[in-house]
Ligand binder design. Structure first.
Ligand code: ZLM
Ligand code: CA
Ligand code: ZN
Length: 392
């Protein structure tokens, strides 16, 4: 069946889309910034443009206990699986895995929510492993802060680590790239001691005021001679207000050098949309154009690619970015009309009827840009020096 916008399958490569409609039913709490409902809004845009006709669409399964414990400890997963979580308020802080606070509340159906997120990322990774997908999309994943035995920053299960472990069964080297406004600390930590995964996170960095406070430029992991993973963790710390032009040129500069030296056989891209202008938590000035240029660049490399969601706290902007990035994946970004289709469910939630609002439409007055060119040059210089130690 063809769609009114004439969207058909891309020629020469295949895209898979992994979605679980039950994720959106979970609530972190009335005013908690994380809204699983943004996934519904994203799917609504993807479908109203007819992008589903250009991809293989899968209803993601839930990850099994055995799959979750490929990275996480049994104790931690057992605790998440407790049907009525024990009264965490009265437990010793060391025993409660950082659960039950305001960032990582215990809510109804938490275990199901986590297994759905992990299930969609694992399904995506398996499609890449079996070569049934050249690009696999899992917007329900991307929860980069979760640790082996601890919840952190709205993340409970690290679906990205699980997906990369899956990729490593088939692919010798995986490049992990993280464009969420927060540092991808959980993924970085998981792979600090291996040279089979290189992690690169772009983020706002201010150790005193911005979560999680890690990810300084010279933080490249343990540097001992016996650590094969040394120099394989790269961090790109940025200040408020970075623009599309600066971000995309820095991204291309850094990632091209990483690809040249590390020669990844697969790429895992976390597309956290809290790096967009107007995000409730983020502080950058990125438009959908700048954010999606990172996806476009990765796609053009022609290396098997898995795309995850992540942060994103202004749902209408999250949906715009992830729908547009789905269009990039299927090669339809230049073809789809910028006007949001009339029949889009919840169309009125988008405030403006365009997929690509300008900075003025989003913010009124843009935020002050606190990223001088010298800072960006120093970043490229440091990355270049780190990469001298990397060769494959
Ligand atoms: N307080 N409610 C990004 C994860 C960011 C830690 C400071 C909690 C919030 C935030 C929660 C309703 C990803 C911190 C913050 C207030 C200790 C963070 C509940 C507002 C609310 O209104 C809120 C009562 C809540 C949490 C703001 N938390 C903003 N920033 C960060 C975690 C996750 O995008 O990278 C990937 C998905 N936490 O700054 C505090 C230190 C808890
Ligand atoms: Ca990041
Ligand atoms: Zn984030």
């Amino acid at each position: 069946m063809a769609h009114e916008y004439g969207i058909t399958k891309p020629k020469g490569y295949n895209v898979t889309f992994h979605y679980n409609p039950n994720m959106e039913r979970h609530h972190f709490g009335q005013t908690h910034p994380m809204k699983p409902w943004r996934l519904t809004l994203t799917k609504s845009l993807v479908t109203s443009y007819g992008m589903n006709f250009a991809m293989d669409n899968y209803t993601a399964r839930t990850a099994t206990y055995e799959e979750l414990t490929n990275f996480h400890t049994n104790d931690y997963v057992d605790f998440l699986a407790t049907p009525t979580p024990l009264d965490v308020d009265n437990m010793h802080p060391d025993l409660k895995f950082n659960l039950g606070g305001s960032d990582c509340p215990l809510f109804e159906g938490l275990y199901d929510y986590c297994s759905m997120s992990a299930g969609s990322s694992l399904d995506a990774a398996r499609k890449i492993c079996s070569k049934q997908a050249d690009i696999a999309i899992a917007w329900g994943g991307g929860l980069h802060h979760a640790k082996k035995s601890e919840a952190s920053g709205f993340c409970y299960i690290n679906d990205i680590v699980l997906a990369i472990l899956q990729l490593l069964r088939v692919y010798p080297r995986v490049l992990y790239i993280d464009i969420d406004v927060h540092h991808g600390d959980g993924v970085e930590e998981a792979f600090l001691s291996t040279d089979r995964v290189m992690t690169v996170s772009f983020h706002k960095y201010d150790p005193n005021t911005f979560f999680p406070g890690t990810g300084a430029l010279d933080d490249n992991g343990p540097r001992s001679e016996h650590n094969p993973g040394a120099h394989h963790a790269l961090n790109i710390p940025l200040n408020d207000g970075i623009t599309d032009e600066q971000y995309s040129s820095l991204f291309e500069n850094v990632i091209s050098r990483c690809v040249e030296k590390f020669r990844p056989s697969a790429i895992a891209l976390q597309c956290g949309a809290d790096s967009l202008a107007g995000d409730r938590l983020g502080k950058f000035n990125l438009l959908v154009e700048g954010h999606s240029s990172c996806v476009e660049y990765c796609k053009k490399l022609g290396i098997p690619l898995i795309m995850f969601g992540g942060g994103g706290y202004t749902p209408r902007n999250v949906a715009r970015a992830w729908a547009y990035e789905t269009a990039v994946a299927i090669g339809q970004d230049k073809n789809i009309p910028h006007k949001i289709p009339e029949h889009t469910p919840w169309r009125e939630r988008f405030r403006q009827d365009t997929l690509l609002p300008t900075i003025e439409q989003i913010l009124g007055e843009p935020r002050q840009n606190r990223n001088p060119e010298k800072k960006l040059r120093d970043i490229v210089q440091h990355v270049t020096e780190q990469l001298r130690f990397v060769s494959h």
